[in-house]
Design a protein around this ligand. Structure first.
Ligand SMILES: [Zn+2]
Length: 498
């Protein structure tokens, strides 16, 4: 997501791993089924899980009904007796848990608060009905008891019947004016990593998500006048009476999002063999041209600077949202940036930032709850890299650093970048630290190692962790590998305020 600041056009986030890595014990194999917060050994070579989802939207009821088939693979060295999923729409059931912190309740719900939810009808394995429980302080965790334990590397086929009510809201998950944002909308497997199951609630700040790259095939049925922007390759379109079914397929993506509306117009351009599509709600030729230019130039610049974008499709979608939001192969860009010329940040900056997340978050994944800086600081730094190329000037980097130092005094409390999202007070400290302090650190690192080594660091890190989840210690290891020296004091200072 892009965090707006009145001082400068820049996003922020940061987190770090040095502390976390110190507090973790060595993984040990166990024959017990892993429980939350337990040290686990992970088989990194395990096959990705597979999702086959069929859903149908009834716009007038704000309801999506369907079935999800998941082939879930046990990546741990232990046997598994249960599998956990996030069912994020339940956070929208009431005002207390809805993720309103960024824009506030009034702007998020212009028609007044109304609930959203995800209802599980049935969970099966073949013909057998399985036991399940909805858990968590915001009811966003689904625990499924497996019919029999699965061993390391084995898979289980689950079929989940569910329905979703989407709230009238300007948010990742919400509808306004016939434009439906389906972000974080279906049961998605929680990550089982070296720390056990990650079962965090839907926190109100940051982009509090963490997922493994998986394979997806998704059929979405909508009224025939609706267009669909989605993660993945548009594989098929079938008209059936007044309905249309769109099929999207993709391998190794860490989430699947879509936006659908009967008001979209679409422009498309092939950039470095990638189909770049801009979906518009507003008919503003000048701003729409800026959007396409920013998408095209970002893809070209980042392909060159970090390594080739690993998919064939990328959609930039104008929609109702407080700022910008990233999903694999798809980004939301708030409608306000297209309709007004007075927005700070600008339409171009928001698109550049969200496109950079295709490298940092989508391709190279990270735990956005415990180590959010790994994608936000990198995306903010990438804004500077884009404008450096475009303007042949490093002024944008100077602005990022100045913006952080300017806001530092107003941060009450800790200046530590690397800590879980729940340990920040709100956007007021999370924004400057996780986005701008982390990006300032990357600028400083580049000054220290020189342009050539810094470029090699980013390219090596991207290539090594593409389709995986990287930790802060992994990035530091790449820095040490490329430069041949230790950097612990440097990262301790910047990320842990030591
Ligand atoms: Zn961001």
């Amino acid at each position: 997501m892009k965090k707006t600041t009145t001082l400068i056009i820049s996003l922020f986030l940061s987190c770090s791993i040095i502390l976390c890595s110190c507090t973790k014990t060595q993984p040990t194999a166990t024959t017990d089924s892993p429980s939350p917060k337990q040290t686990v050994t992970i088989n990194k070579a395990a096959e990705p899980s597979e999702y086959n989802i069929n859903v149908k939207l009834t716009p007038e009821k704000r309801e999506l009904v369907g079935e999800e088939k998941v082939k879930y693979t046990n990546k741990s060295a232990s046997e598994l007796k249960e599998v956990y999923f996030h069912i994020y729409p339940n956070a929208y059931k009431n005002e207390a848990t809805a993720p309103t912190a960024f824009v506030g309740i009034k702007d998020m719900y212009p028609n007044g608060f109304n609930p959203g939810s995800l209802d599980i009808k049935e969970v099966k394995n073949g013909d057998s009905k399985l036991k399940y429980e909805t858990q968590g302080e915001d009811q966003t965790i689904l625990k499924v008891i497996l019919p029999k334990a699965i061993n390391s590397g084995e898979s289980v086929d689950l079929s989940i019947d569910f329905s979703v009510i989407i709230p009238e809201a300007s948010d990742r998950f919400g509808v306004l004016d016939n434009c439906f944002n389906f972000g974080n909308w279906y049961p998605i497997a929680a990550v089982l990593d070296e720390t056990g199951w990650n079962l965090d609630p839907y926190y109100k700040i940051g982009d509090p998500f963490y997922s493994d790259a998986s394979n997806y095939a998704v059929n979405i049925t909508v009224p025939k006048d609706y267009k669909v922007a989605a993660t993945g390759e548009p594989a098929d379109e079938k008209l059936n009476g007044n309905e249309k079914t769109y099929t999207f397929k993709e391998n190794k993506v860490r989430d699947f999002a879509f936006v659908t509306s009967n008001k979209f117009t679409v422009q498309e351009k092939v950039v470095d063999d990638i189909n770049v599509r801009c979906f518009f709600l507003t008919d503003n030729k000048e701003n729409n041209a800026i959007a396409m230019m920013a998408a095209e130039n970002s893809i070209k610049k980042f392909n060159e600077a970090f390594g080739k974008y690993p998919y064939k499709n990328f959609s930039v979608v104008e929609t109702n949202f407080g700022t910008g939001m990233e999903y694999p192969e798809l980004v939301y860009i708030g409608k306000q940036y297209y309709t007004s010329t007075n927005q700070i940040p600008t339409l171009e900056v928001v698109i550049v930032h969200e496109t950079a997340h295709q490298w940092w978050y989508s391709a190279v994944g990270n735990d956005e709850i415990d180590e959010a800086w790994l994608d936000e600081s990198f995306a903010t730094y990438s804004e500077g890299a884009y404008f450096e190329k475009k303007n042949n000037s490093k002024a944008y980097f100077d602005n990022i650093v100045r913006s952080y130092t300017g806001s530092e005094r107003s941060i009450k409390g800790s200046k530590v970048v690397l800590r879980p999202v729940s340990k920040f007070q709100g956007w007021n400290d999370y924004g400057p630290l996780v986005y701008r302090k982390g990006a300032s650190m990357l600028c400083d690192l580049r000054n220290e190692v020189g342009d050539e080594a810094f470029s090699k660091i980013l390219k090596t890190y991207y290539e090594k962790y593409k389709f995986k989840n990287a930790k802060t210690k992994d990035f530091i290891a790449v820095v040490e590998e490329v430069t041949g020296k230790k950097w612990d004091k440097f990262f301790d200072k910047w990320l842990l305020d030591k």
